[in-house]
Ligand binder design. Structure first.
Ligand SMILES: *Cc1c(COP(=O)(O)O)cnc(C)c1O
Length: 409
């Protein structure tokens, strides 16, 4: 008899996006003639940069000839991509990394979800709340989150981020072993200044906390004062792992490529207090369970860093951030309180008159025919908010704002 991992059974059965889909389908069945605009999806809509397409064609072509065919690549990724990453994403910001500190993968969801493999099951976990659900669910699956009581996991510390504290999480007065930070943030679209991020690095160094820093949206930062990498903060290499993804940066949600930085000086402890290199453990984990992102994909990712590639992805990001601007202005003109949307492709909207996330979601669906994502789906502190994404078509964003204005007028 194969016994199952019963931690999986603790996960609440129903999922945010399937609940949304059900409600949208009900609306469509009862209102077959009405069109709806989806601003709830977290997926990009614009095609890949021409430079990436070209690089992929070329890589496919190499696969057709015996002399240039590639089979298994290095587990950690090809040096051509690792070097482009180090040069462009780090060295240009004054951060030195060596090739062995960068691990290419098929995306940040896998890496943020898998990183727990190298950490003991009884570490305490902290998250800012609301948050990308992968961080918590992956801890539930290995038993690290404890049990669910009143919508919160017993071994997870929730650090609230709301309008009241301007989405700046307060440093806890007790220590945590593992802390997830995501900036620019999904779902709130807010960021942390260098000073604020430094407080967390200092906390981590003082308390021997491991920070898992998800920077999937760093390419959307417009304000030059906001840090793109946690390693811009002194001492962070001793306490942080950084996750990056080409999904939102360059429309790779379907291509699949990202990377994780595990600095050589970063260590964790054994029960007896011996310090162990996390880089070594992650390397071992990846070489056992992962066989690398495809050569074609890695060539496409490399092309993001070419002069043409940089120009092309900048254009697409500007397109989305143009949407964000229109949406922010449109929503604010109706009197709604809107956060984010300036350094991230997400708008985090306070529901009026204190109505719940789900109620506002339904009202917006039925009255304005616009779909958002109920904030409470991202954690208890998300109640009373709704998330809209700027990843849609420009004309849809304009039309959605028109509808919302008419509805709330
Ligand atoms: C979209 C997203 C990612 C990227 O995931 P991939 O697996 O690389 O597509 C990572 N973290 C957050 C918070 C995201 O929203």
């Amino acid at each position: 008899m194969a016994l199952v991992n019963e931690h999986f059974l603790k996960l609440p059965g129903s999922y945010l996006f399937s609940d949304i889909a059900k409600k949208v389908n009900t609306f469509k069945v009862t209102h077959p003639k009405q069109d709806i605009i989806r601003l709830g999806i977290g997926d990009v809509t614009q095609p890949l940069a021409a430079a990436c397409i070209e690089a992929m064609y070329k890589a496919v072509d190499e696969m057709t000839r015996k002399e240039t065919f590639r089979g298994y690549g290095p587990d950690q990724g090809y040096d051509f991509l690792i070097e482009a990453i180090i040069k462009n994403d780090y060295a240009l910001r004054g951060i030195q990394l060596n090739n062995a500190e960068v691990f290419i993968s098929d995306g940040a969801k896998s890496d943020t979800g898998n990183i727990g493999d190298i950490l003991r099951h009884d570490n305490s976990v902290g998250v800012t709340d609301p948050i990308y659900p992968v961080y918590i669910d992956s801890n539930v699956m290995c038993g690290r989150a404890g049990v669910l009581e009143d919508g919160q996991w017993s071994n997870v510390m929730y650090i609230p981020c709301t309008g009241e504290n301007h989405f700046i999480p307060q440093i806890p007065d007790k220590r945590i072993d593992i802390l997830y930070l995501c900036y620019p943030n999904n779902p709130t679209g807010t960021t942390l200044s260098k000073q604020e991020l430094k407080k967390w690095v200092d906390y981590a160094l003082e308390n021997d906390t491991l920070i898992l820093f998800d920077a999937a949206y760093e390419a959307y930062i417009q304000d030059p004062e906001i840090p793109h990498s946690i390693y811009e903060i002194k001492g962070a290499k001793k306490c942080a792992i950084e996750f990056r993804s080409f999904s939102k940066t360059a429309g790779f949600t379907g291509i699949r490529c990202g990377y994780t930085v595990v600095p050589k000086e970063l260590t964790g402890a054994t029960l007896t207090g011996e310090r162990i290199s996390l880089n070594q453990l992650w390397n071992r984990r990846q070489s056992t369970k992962f066989n690398g992102a495809s050569y074609i994909t890695q060539r496409a990712a490399e092309a993001i860093y070419s002069p043409e590639g940089k120009e092309q992805i900048k254009k697409t990001i500007s397109y989305y951030m143009g949407n964000a601007k229109i949406m922010k202005e449109g929503l604010e003109s109706t009197g709604l309180k809107v956060y984010g949307g300036e350094n991230a492709p997400y708008l985090w909207v306070k529901t009026p008159k204190g109505i719940s996330s789900w109620r506002f979601f339904e009202q917006m669906l039925y009255e304005a025919r616009v779909v958002g994502t109920p904030g409470v789906g991202f954690g208890p502190s998300g109640e009373g908010y709704i998330r809209l994404t700027a990843f849609g078509e420009h004309s849809d964003c304009v039309e959605a704002m028109k509808r919302i204005k008419t509805w709330l007028a």
